[in-house]
Design a protein around this ligand. Structure first.
Ligand code: SF4
Length: 237
């Protein structure tokens, strides 16, 4: 990308307080530490707020259709096995319309690095319920609170056969960065879920700002999980 074109895309579209930038920051630091060159990397995304990351990254990038990022990435990896292929998805993108691609990419254990920014809602399209919306959380399509159980995405990918599976939050920046480094060296399907704050679509409806959400990520997460704790850590390597 020419530098002039790159800066024309800034400022980015993410809302103040959004967690997406933190995840991309950890990803870029991990790439830098591993010493990869930018032409050794492809970043593929679907549709959604986090999917817009490919517009700001100076790698080979592909902004694809909703839910299909893993399918496009599979094709790239087959044709260019020497490339490191990142797949950047939100929870709606990865687990709703793209859910089938997710379980089969894990089953095939394809050498991709899937990073899911899980903000528990459809952010870009107006705050609708997603497969990871917590029970009783309010969204535009569940104004009385969500009545369904959310997917545990890491358990889903573990059951389907993914060979590197981890979960962190946007509070756990160092751990996230280390996981991405491990994933870059792992020769199979790497799945990293990141609980990420969406203060605008999720927070506004559930009466939390980005500071409270980050504080909850800190205080309500543990390596053991249980109760209302978010279980974090590397679950398979
Ligand atoms: Fe981030 Fe939510 Fe805004 Fe999307 S809607 S950019 S996820 S804060």
């Amino acid at each position: 990308m020419r530098i002039r074109d790159y800066f024309r895309r800034l400022p980015h579209i993410w809302c103040p307080g959004c967690g997406n930038g933190t995840i991309i920051n950890a990803m870029l630091r991990a790439i830098d530490e591993v010493g990869l060159k930018k032409d050794e990397i492809v970043a593929v995304s679907g549709i959604g707020c986090f999917g817009r990351a490919t517009g700001y990254l100076d790698f080979y990038t592909l902004h694809t259709t909703h839910g299909r990022a893993l399918a496009f990435a599979t094709g790239i990896k087959l044709m260019k096995p020497e490339m490191k292929v990142f797949v950047l998805m939100g929870d709606g993108d990865a687990a709703a319309i793209g859910g089938n691609h997710l379980i089969h990419a894990a089953r095939r254990d394809i050498d991709l690095i899937a990073i899911v920014a899980n903000n528990s809602i459809y952010g870009m399209t107006g705050g609708q319920v997603s497969p990871t919306t917590p029970e009783m959380a309010k969204t535009t399509t569940t104004p009385e609170g969500c009545k369904e159980r959310p997917f545990d995405l890491c358990e889903l990918v573990l059951a389907a056969g993914g060979s590197y599976v981890a979960r962190w939050t946007t509070y756990h920046v160092r751990q996230l960065q280390n996981s991405i480094k491990e994933a870059l060296e792992h020769p199979g399907f790497s799945f990293i879920e990141v609980f990420s704050q969406c203060p605008v679509q999720f927070g506004r409806r559930n009466k939390k700002d980005h500071i409270q959400m980050l504080r909850e990520f800190k205080e309500k997460s543990s390596l053991e999980g249980g109760g209302d704790k978010i279980k974090i850590g590397v679950f398979r390597r």
